[in-house]
Design a protein around this ligand. Structure first.
Ligand SMILES: C[S@@+](CC[C@H](N)C(=O)[O-])C[C@H]1O[C@@H](n2cnc3c(N)ncnc32)[C@H](O)[C@@H]1O
Length: 255
């Protein structure tokens, strides 16, 4: 079976991730005074999940930037009035002080130099404007229960490192925001709530992402079929815990 996710499946994954951070967005968007913002930038916008939401929340001009053309093609279909730009977060193609609010969501994990990216995001934000990293995971703090399933998390971290990602980005976020010179920095970690097993669709996507990651790992091959069955059985029994701490950071651009 192919473990490669189609662009549509990636979109569903990004949508799923955005559900986990919905309450946090409400809190941080209110701190950032979204309602009075004139220009908002989302760096690493992917398939436009946050833009589609922002279009309903704000009358600001919305900009999304991503390096990946296929993601941007989907973002064009998923949004109505956002301005979508292809580019690299390390060198944003925007003038300094152009945005009232600039944010990213599950981006810094993937970039070569997260401090450079946050400095760029701060550069294009106006003095007094808000900079937000809405969600960055920390796989070093992943909890898997029952214990047999812990091997999944360990190997996923190795595989992410091999793909050039930083599986420990979450815990570094506070330091990065301070080093970037942002003020009034607020950082935190999202909690987890489980009301029964995930839907079959959510579970399948979770596993496809995992299989996609583990396929790239040089580590000892895991018996994925067996682990998948253990995972589902544990969800059905009600004793499965899967928790990846997800950090956020908010800061104000100095005047
Ligand atoms: C996990 S996805 C998140 C997408 C979106 N922020 C969301 O939450 O739905 C990460 C996105 O970052 C983009 N990306 C990775 N490196 C980038 C870079 N250097 N510059 C701009 N975008 C980048 C990827 O193409 C991908 O669309």
């Amino acid at each position: 079976m192919s473990t490669k996710l189609s662009p549509g499946e990636w979109h569903r994954r990004y949508f799923q991730q955005a559900q986990w951070t919905r309450d946090l967005r409400r809190h941080l968007y209110s701190r950032a005074h979204l309602e009075s913002s004139r220009r908002i930038l989302d760096v690493g916008c992917g398939t436009g999940v946050l833009e589609a939401e922002l279009e309903g929340l704000s009358s600001a001009r919305l900009f999304g930037l991503d390096i990946n053309a296929s993601n941007l093609e989907l973002a064009i279909q998923n949004t109505q009035r956002s301005i979508l730009v292809q580019g690299d977060a390390h060198q944003l193609p925007f003038p300094s002080h152009a945005f009232d609010v600039a944010l990213c969501h599950f981006l810094l994990l993937w970039v070569a130099d997260p401090l450079c990216v946050v400095r760029e995001i701060a550069r294009v934000t106006r003095p007094g404007g808000s900079v937000m990293a809405l969600a960055e995971p920390d796989y070093g703090g992943r909890i898997d229960h029952p214990a047999e399933l812990a091997a999944l998390g360990d190997q996923q971290s190795d595989s992410l490192r091999q793909q050039g990602a930083d599986p420990l980005i979450g815990r570094k976020l506070a330091g990065i925001f301070h080093l970037a010179g942002l003020l009034e920095v607020e950082t935190g970690v999202l909690g987890g709530q489980w009301a029964g097993p995930p839907s079959e669709e959510a579970w399948n996507i979770e596993w496809k992402v995992l299989e996609n990651d583990l396929n790239r790992s040089d580590g000892e091959a895991l018996d994925l079929q067996n682990l998948k069955e253990l995972d589902w059985a544990a969800w059905r029994r009600g004793d499965r815990v899967l928790f990846v701490p997800t950090f956020y950071a908010f800061g104000i651009k100095p005047s």
